[in-house]
Design a protein around this ligand. Structure first.
Ligand code: XMP
Length: 524
């Protein structure tokens, strides 16, 4: 994979991913420091890649492997000759020691998972400036193997009961390695380590949204020239921000296509189309394709089959409407950085694919279009910041994410118009409840799933035999991990009562208290 070109000459930090579940969080901590970074899987980082990428500093992520395993993930040896600062985390520390002449040992009673406390050895280290706020610092550990002998040139700056080499460093070479995870929430002072590291590496911290906006606009103009661009608008934050940014760059050369696949929420199509028509004077095609999508999905209950059908139909429909635009040469997409990482894992990266997220990936080749993806380097909350920078209405920017396959993946089992109508109503009541209680902005995403099961109830003096539904609400930073939202019992009770009273067809309401992992946010 070639690296993603930064729109300008920002100093870049390279994160080499060894498969940790929390590698993304390292990137977040760095972005918070206005440092531009990219994550690349270890097996994509070759000597040529390093030369081309030219990082100003490198971080080795954690990972599930053992350096003893056959074919254990390793960085290219040349990384140590770049002459730039390197920080190794957890498995990254073990790799660094292994490569530079230290020694790693198997667990045998020295594994550490969860909270631990590191105490300083008394030697000073710039990386630790302002770090030990008391005589011990809480950190988060998650390791089986551990370093048993540090590499020549390194010294120990902090120890924990099961990690005698919790913090190690070779200040002369600017190589640092820690056994714990400074990027996670449970290492409360962890951000400070990253701050010190990028300061030592000489980063200017100039990765701001205003700069990004200006550079992205210039890059779009240069890429597109005087050609036409089409953009699939889903009504979600990502494609909307992409559309507004591109519109700002090239005006009427952009045409948006909003596809109503019959799997949208109550009032969604009107909301999106009105928002764009009222606020932006840009060409917009509103394609009503409900009959097509629902027809093809009739009788289908397998989640991946649903996703495949929807993905293919999007391409067909898009192609049909795009021809109306004439000779468009470019397709704009609101692809985000986590999507890029996800697609990296498809091609043999260290993490596993859980479900095939919908995108219009097949389209460009088929239509001979080139991609314009101005959000490819951003995380969700950065896209929201860019949206604010571009002046999108706050209510629109704050909308919960909504998946491309829409209600199809919130309707386990067969999709019918009857179930979709019930689901839309229940979802609207639930979201209304959340808004009334002032909780909308505290929640990353909330929705109702209609379950493929009818249950017996009693209403008035009569028997009912209606659908059960599940409420879902999660907190998350980026959708990669999530926790269920701790509603009060009063809220849940009131919401269940309202849904059952106001939505014919539902007689039972449950609340989904699964976190991600092990669950996913959507039900399919
Ligand atoms: P999961 O269910 O994988 O979802 O935990 C994580 C986030 O991604 C959204 N999602 C999708 N978004 N196309 C999208 O555009 C998809 O196919 C898709 N599947 C899940 C989901 O709503 C959540 O925010």
């Amino acid at each position: 994979m070639t690296h993603i070109a930064s729109p300008s000459d920002h100093d870049r930090l390279l994160i080499i991913d060894f498969g940790s579940q929390v590698t993304q969080l390292i990137a977040r901590r760095l972005r918070e420091l206005n440092v531009f970074c990219e994550i690349h899987p270890f097996n994509a980082v070759t000597d040529e890649f390093l030369k081309d990428f030219s990082p100003k500093a490198v971080i080795f992520s954690g990972g599930p492997s053992s350096v003893f395993a056959e074919g254990a993930p390793m960085p290219p040896a040349s990384v140590f000759d770049l002459g730039v600062p390197i920080l190794g985390i957890c498995y990254g520390q073990q790799v660094m020691m292994h490569c530079l002449g230290g020694h790693v040992e198997r667990g045998h009673g020295t594994a550490e998972f969860g909270r631990a406390f590191v105490t300083p050895t008394g030697q000073s280290l710039d990386l630790l400036e302002g770090w030990f706020t008391t005589d011990r610092e809480q950190v988060w550990m998650s390791h089986g193997d551990h370093v048993s002998k540090i590499a020549p040139g390194f010294q120990v700056y902090g120890t924990s009961p099961n990690a005698p080499f919790a913090i190690t460093g070779d200040p002369a070479r600017n190589f640092y390695a820690v056994q714990f995870h400074p990027e996670v929430h449970h290492t409360p002072n962890g951000a400070r380590l990253y701050e010190n590291f990028v300061r030592l590496a000489g980063f200017k911290g100039d990765w701001t949204m205003r700069a990004y906006r200006e550079e992205a606009i210039a890059a779009i103009r240069e890429q597109v020239g005087d050609q036409k661009v089409i953009c699939g608008l889903s009504g979600g934050v990502d494609s909307s921000v992409a559309a507004v940014l591109i519109h700002e760059a090239i005006g009427d050369q952009l045409t948006c296509v909003f596809v109503d696949h019959g799997l949208l929420r109550k009032g969604e199509a009107e909301e999106v189309v009105t928002m764009f028509r009222d606020n932006y004077n840009m060409p917009l095609i509103h394609a009503d394709e409900q009959a097509l999508f629902l027809g093809e999905l009739d009788g289908v209950s397998d989640p991946e089959t649903k996703r495949r059908i929807i993905g293919k139909l999007f391409i067909d429909v898009f192609q049909k409407h795009a021809t109306a635009v004439g000779d468009a040469k470019f397709l704009a997409q609101g692809t985000l950085y986590p999507d890029v990482i996800e697609s990296v894992s498809f091609s043999g990266g260290p993490s596993v694919t859980i479900k095939s997220h919908h995108n219009v990936g097949g389209l460009p080749e088929k239509m001979g279009l080139k991609l314009v993806e101005p959000l490819r380097e951003l995380f969700k909350d950065e896209v929201r910041a860019l949206g604010r920078e571009l002046g999108l209405p706050a209510s629109f920017i704050g909308r919960h994410p909504f998946p491309g396959p829409g209600l199809a993946i919130r309707c386990p089992g067969e999709i019918t118009r009857e179930k979709l109508a019930i689901l839309r109503e229940a979802d609207a009541v639930y979201i209304d409840q959340i808004r009334r209680h002032g909780l909308y902005d505290e929640i990353w995403q909330a929705f109702v799933a209609i379950l493929p099961v009818r249950t017996v109830g009693v209403m008035g003096d009569g028997r009912t035999y209606d659908f059960a539904c599940a409420l879902r609400a999660v907190t998350s930073v980026d959708g990669m991990t999530a926790d269920y939202y701790p509603f009060t019992h009063e809220f849940l009770g009131e919401t269940a009562t309202r849904i059952i009273n106001e939505v014919p067809g539902i007689n039972r309401v449950t609340y989904d208290i699964t976190s991600k992992p092990p669950g996913t946010i959507e039900w399919e």
